[in-house]
Write a protein that binds this ligand. Structure first.
Ligand code: BMA
Length: 328
């Protein structure tokens, strides 16, 4: 399905929307909800695609709910009850809900790590839970205090430590950081790895990790989102950055333009219009074709397909080296 070598690759070709989007809406849910969006995604050992979606109830508080599909597109089997509910009695930081999960399989401990937003009265922080079946979860509690979001763990240790990408709120801009841990519970040694630009840039002011980074032969390919402030509200879009495979701290290339933004009706209109917000992807057996699962307008779940190799090729042709010299 990918374009011929001779065609000029441009950023509008990198992700192709599924023709029957959205793939999941509140109407599909087995219990009454307001909206379903921003799912983490993983392909299980038997090939089943599992989405762990953010579900907003009619209270405004969110929980997480799993949906499974053999082909990853339709015929979803949705848990009849919330899969992971906020537990404020034991984890007070979850009092206003849990949101936006990212999933990484950690082969060293043979469990999936789910990093999610724990919405506390002091603001959103990052929490971690471990699971092997998406039925039973072991909560590790708060990894990053408020205000922090958009976090994912890399699948294996870097120089003996786990690595967590996250996005603290900064002044005046909010950038993407990485922190390290010997045990998934104690995090430190933070470093800024991708800065939000300034002025009229598409990724000015605030950026954050979208799904967990994709490992390629050239480095970690990061899809990141930008939050553009305009006179008529926010626009969430997505761009690409490539990081060093070894230490994960060096950005090799980043895109100067966004590669995916709200265009379709289901992305433009909803509870929060003009939002595309991916938290997960699955990779096909060819090791190249990704399915990106994203929240559209904080209302439903949609899917787009792309080629990792084409994203890398495009980034080499159009990206620029990170030139920012920050203090960290
Ligand atoms: C972000 C997160 C996302 C949401 C987005 C747009 O800050 O809260 O869950 O999709 O805003 O409202």
């Amino acid at each position: 399905m990918w374009i011929m070598q001779s065609e000029q690759l441009n950023e509008t070709m990198l992700l192709v929307r599924y023709e029957n989007n959205p793939i999941l809406t509140a109407a599909d849910w087995p219990y009454p909800i307001n909206s379903v969006f921003n799912p983490g995604a993983v392909k299980l050992a038997d090939g089943t695609t599992l989405l762990l979606a953010r579900v907003e109830g009619r209270s405004g508080i969110s929980h997480l709910c799993a949906a499974r599909s053999a082909n990853g597109i339709d015929d979803w089997d949705i848990d009849s009850q919330p899969t992971l509910k906020p537990d404020p009695a034991n984890y007070p930081e979850e009092i206003w809900g849990i949101e936006d999960p990212r999933i990484t399989y950690l082969s060293e401990i043979e469990r999936y790590a789910v990093t999610y937003t724990a919405y506390s009265q002091a603001g959103p922080g990052v929490s971690i839970a471990l699971t092997s079946d998406f039925v039973h979860f072991e909560r590790l509690g708060l990894a990053m205090p408020p205000i922090n979001k958009d976090a994912a763990i890399l699948p294996r240790k870097v120089n003996g430590r786990w690595a967590l990408i996250h996005r603290p709120i900064g002044v005046p801009h909010s950038h993407i950081w990485i922190s390290f841990s010997p045990d998934l519970e104690h995090w430190g040694d933070p470093r800024l790895i991708l800065h939000a630009r300034s002025g009229p840039w598409w990724d000015a002011g605030k950026i954050g990790l979208s799904p967990p980074p994709i490992e390629t032969s050239e480095g970690w390919l990061m899809l990141y989102h930008s939050v553009r402030q305009t006179g008529s509200g926010l626009i969430y879009r997505m761009g690409l950055a490539l990081f060093d495979l070894g230490c994960h701290k060096n950005c090799l290339l980043r895109s100067n333009v966004w590669i995916f933004g709200p265009e379709e009706e289901y992305e433009r209109r909803g509870d929060v219009g003009n939002v595309v917000f991916p938290c997960g992807y699955t990779l096909a057996e060819d090791g190249d074709t990704i399915r990106l699962f994203y929240g559209s307008a904080d209302t439903s779940i949609a899917m787009a397909t792309g080629s990792v190799q084409q994203m890398l090729t495009w980034l080499h042709q159009n990206g620029q080296r990170e030139s920012w010299t920050g203090i960290v």
